[in-house]
Write a protein that binds this ligand. Structure first.
Ligand code: HEM
Length: 125
C-alpha cells in the first residue's frame, strides 16, 4: 500500500492500524444512551453488523473481516436461545437486586467481565 494521509494523519506503508470499535460502539454522537443495555435499539434500525455500517463493527469490515461470522452467529444464537428458552435465571442467594452485579470490565485489546457472572438456572421446560 502507498503512503496515505487520513484526517491530517500520515500513514506510511505497512503500518498496522487498530480501530477502537469499543469506543465507536459507545460514542454518544452515534448512539442514544450508549452505556445502557437496550437490544431493542437494533429492532427497527438500518444499522447492520456485517461490516457495511461503520457505527457497528463486531466482525470487522472489508476483505479481512471475520470469515467465521456465519458459524459465530449460529453458535451465539443457539447458545443464548437454549439458555433463555429452557431456563429462568435467578440471582444467587444473598444478592437481592441486579444492581449488585459487578459490571466492572478488565482487559485491554479485548474486554471481559472482571468478575464472573454468577446466576442460578431454574429449568422450566
Ligand atoms: C462472536 C464470535 C466472533 C467475533 C465477534 C469475531 C470477530 C472477528 C473480528 C473483529 C475479526 C477481525 C476483522 C478485521 O480485521 O477487520 C475477526 C477475524 C477472523 N475471525 Fe472472527 N469472530 C468470531 C468468531 C469466529 C469464528 C467462529 C471463526 C472460525 C471458525 C473466526 C475466524 C476468524 C478468522 C480466521 C479471522 C481472520 C481473518 C483475516 O485476517 O483475514 N471468527 N473475527
Amino acid at each position: 500500500m502507498s503512503h496515505v494521509k487520513i484526517n491530517g494523519y500520515d500513514i506510511p506503508p505497512k503500518t498496522q492500524i487498530q480501530l477502537n470499535v469499543w469506543a465507536i460502539g459507545r460514542d454518544p454522537r452515534r448512539w442514544t444512551d450508549p452505556e445502557e443495555f437496550i437490544p431493542e435499539r437494533f429492532a427497527n434500525s438500518s444499522v447492520d453488523f456485517r461490516g457495511q455500517h461503520f457505527d457497528l463493527l463486531p466482525f470487522g469490515s472489508g476483505r479481512r473481516s471475520c470469515p467465521g461470522m456465519p458459524m459465530a452467529l449460529a453458535s451465539v444464537e443457539l447458545g443464548l436461545l437454549s439458555l433463555l428458552y429452557f431456563f429462568d435465571w435467578k440471582l444467587p442467594e444473598g444478592m437481592v437486586s441486579e444492581e449488585h452485579i459487578d459490571m466492572e470490565e478488565a482487559g485491554n485489546l479485548t474486554v471481559v467481565k472482571k468478575q464472573p457472572l454468577l446466576l442460578v438456572p431454574v429449568r422450566h421446560h
